[in-house]
Design a protein around this ligand. Structure first.
Ligand code: CP3
Length: 345
């Protein structure tokens, strides 16, 4: 389908753009009262994720209400461990919880990789197909998955954590098991992302939310080789790698076969640009808390970020992480309006 607004794709590929494209991580979610209404009409988060008509509806909401330049499919990174026979629950106010964790070779026996992703994750592909149809070419649809390291964190730890010390422990006590599990996750993730592209996703983002808890050397050993396999396997659409907190690994990430490197708000755009050169797009990176400031503050800080891009136009505007659920959607609109009215050179 021909896209009416393909700014995101052009920015990702380094083609000419008339203005910077903008979207927000977690734009389909609790900031919107319209999302909360749909969410309250179902039994829980998973029902929403697993019902393609509803997932498509909340995916499109931010396009209609906020005017973002892309839709990100409403789902979660945790559908992958679930498909691998390590199911999750999303506990109200507490986040993800896994009944089974994988901390030994014995426990790893339950992990499945040999299945058809359409069989177990078909609801995601159906949500993408419906979204593409309903959007009718207005903006591209972003497909996504968690990076193997971040998925490993949840499969081993079994819930959220500040340190993921159980997950990091295995890297030291049983690196062989760690590599096997990371490879299994990678294999399933590649099949899953290819299926998303086939279903109509025009871009792919890989979220390595827990990249920042590994040292540089461990990130090179336990994360980069798997990210590299994923980036190389997805060849038909632009790929964004977002490794939150991985400041010292950014140059290595930028060398992988990706189009765009996501940056969190601790990363300095001119410094990163100098490190990675001109043939990668950078995405980010306003501090999500800026949106708690006044409209004037949001505008000033957004312009400051846009000015920091300098001469190179290869940028996709976003926050440095997901938008926080209690942010006023009007502040998000100010952020988006500021980006859209900013004239590049
Ligand atoms: O708008 C979008 O970005 C698309 C949807 C999306 C969700 N999760 C929906 C969601 C995306 C891209 C994700 C990715 C995701 N999920 C990540 C990577 C990005 C990041 O934030 O670092 C991670 C680590 C997860 C795992 C996860 N899902 C956690 C830890 C939680 C609980 C914390 C929280 O935010 O509530 C979730 C739940 C979740 N995923 C919600 C949404 C809208 C909130 C649950 C609800 O609405 O009831």
């Amino acid at each position: 389908m021909k896209l009416q607004n393909d700014l995101m794709l052009r920015a990702a590929k380094g083609e000419d753009i008339e203005r910077y494209p903008v979207w927000l991580m977690r734009q389909a979610g609790r900031i919107l009262p319209e999302y909360r209404a749909v969410r309250e009409s179902v039994s829980g988060f998973k029902e929403l994720v697993e019902t393609p008509e509803l997932a498509a509806e909340v995916t499109i909401q931010p396009v209609d209400i906020l005017g973002v330049d892309a839709a990100i499919i409403f789902s979660d990174i945790l559908v992958v461990p679930e498909a691998m026979n390590v199911p999750y629950q999303m506990l109200e106010k507490r986040g993800p919880w896994f009944e089974h964790t994988i901390r030994s070779a014995e426990q790893a026996k339950r992990v499945e990789t040999n299945f058809d992703v359409e069989d177990r994750l078909g609801y995601v592909m159906e949500a993408i197909r419906l979204t593409v149809k309903e959007l009718n070419g207005r903006v591209p649809v972003i497909g996504f998955a968690g990076a193997p390291w971040t998925i490993f964190c949840y499969m081993v730890e079994g819930h959220g954590s500040k340190t993921f010390s159980e997950a990091r422990k295995i890297l030291w006590t049983d690196p062989k098991l760690a590599h096997q599990l990371l490879q299994d996750i990678t294999d399933v993730t590649i099949a899953y992302l290819k299926a998303q592209v086939k279903a109509g996703a025009s871009m792919i983002q890989v979220f390595d939310s827990w990249a920042g808890i590994l040292g540089t050397e461990q990130y090179a050993t336990f994360a980069l080789p798997y990210l590299s396999q994923i980036a190389s396997a997805i060849s038909d659409v632009p790929v964004t790698l977002f490794s939150k907190g991985a400041i010292t690994s950014i140059p290595a990430i930028a060398k992988l076969d990706c189009n765009t490197v996501g940056l969190d708000w601790n990363m300095d755009i001119p410094t990163v640009r100098a490190q990675v050169g001109n043939n990668r797009t950078l995405q980010g990176n306003l501090d999500p808390c800026t949106l708690y400031g006044s409209h004037q503050t949001v505008e000033t800080e957004t312009i400051k970020m846009l000015n920091s891009f300098g001469k190179n136009k290869r940028h996709i505007v976003n926050l440095g992480h997901g938008v926080y659920p209690d942010v006023d959607p009007e502040k998000v609109k100010t952020f988006i309006k500021t980006v859209k009215s900013y004239e590049i050179n």
